[in-house]
Design a protein. Sequence first.
Length: 234
Amino acid sequence: MPKLRFDILTLFPQFFASPLKESLLQKALAKDLLEINLLDIRDFGEGPHKKVDDSPFGGGEGMVLRVDVLSKALSSVKRTKNSQVILLSPGGTRLTQKLAAELVQKEQLILVAGRYEGVDQRFTDLFVDQEISIGDYILNGGETAALVVLETVARLVPGFVGKEKSTQQESFSVFELEGKKQMLLEYPHYTRPAEFQGQKVPEILLSGNHEKIKKWRHETAFEKTKKVRPDLLD
Ligand code: SAM
């Protein structure tokens, strides 16, 4: 599998500085498991002030990112064969674990972070393969959303998380018990001390009986999912 490459088009490249220097993302970059390129949209702006936006035709509040500027920025990205251009947008397809599992199969993900009122629709129509939203709320800009997509997809890259199994048995994974497959939230975890402020760890987890523990975990995951996210069981 070729190394997954992310190209992020943003007006705020520094936004990504700290997350890329910390923890697993930093380790993955050091191990050369993935490549991340940050591209400053401002570098492709018009005139002495490097203007990247303008007021909307038809009037209204705010500014819109210009199609010519964004198109120039996108053209400067070296493309691989299996690449996908993603615009972060509240009006996009909702990011799910399933979508992340599809995206990790690509060779290159080009993430475009909008700002202000958003981007000129012609950029979306001409160049964008998929619009992705991280939820039904409005952020100041696409950078936070791009980081969420980056982190969710990156941790599915083989070797990113120490033990591969841990990404296969998390919330939103499909769990199978006695031939039945279900998308569930994860079961609860416990660690030492075995008792804290009168709260004891469920006895079964201390029993050493792996079959029974597996069944208990499945049942508690099911009960939790039924209670807080019944939609997942549909
Ligand atoms: N006027 C836009 C609307 O009502 O849909 C919102 C623009 S928002 C202030 C600026 C940028 O933030 C968007 O272009 C998009 O890139 C990003 N953004 C905001 N909320 C988002 C979300 N829930 N998911 C993904 N991107 C989001």
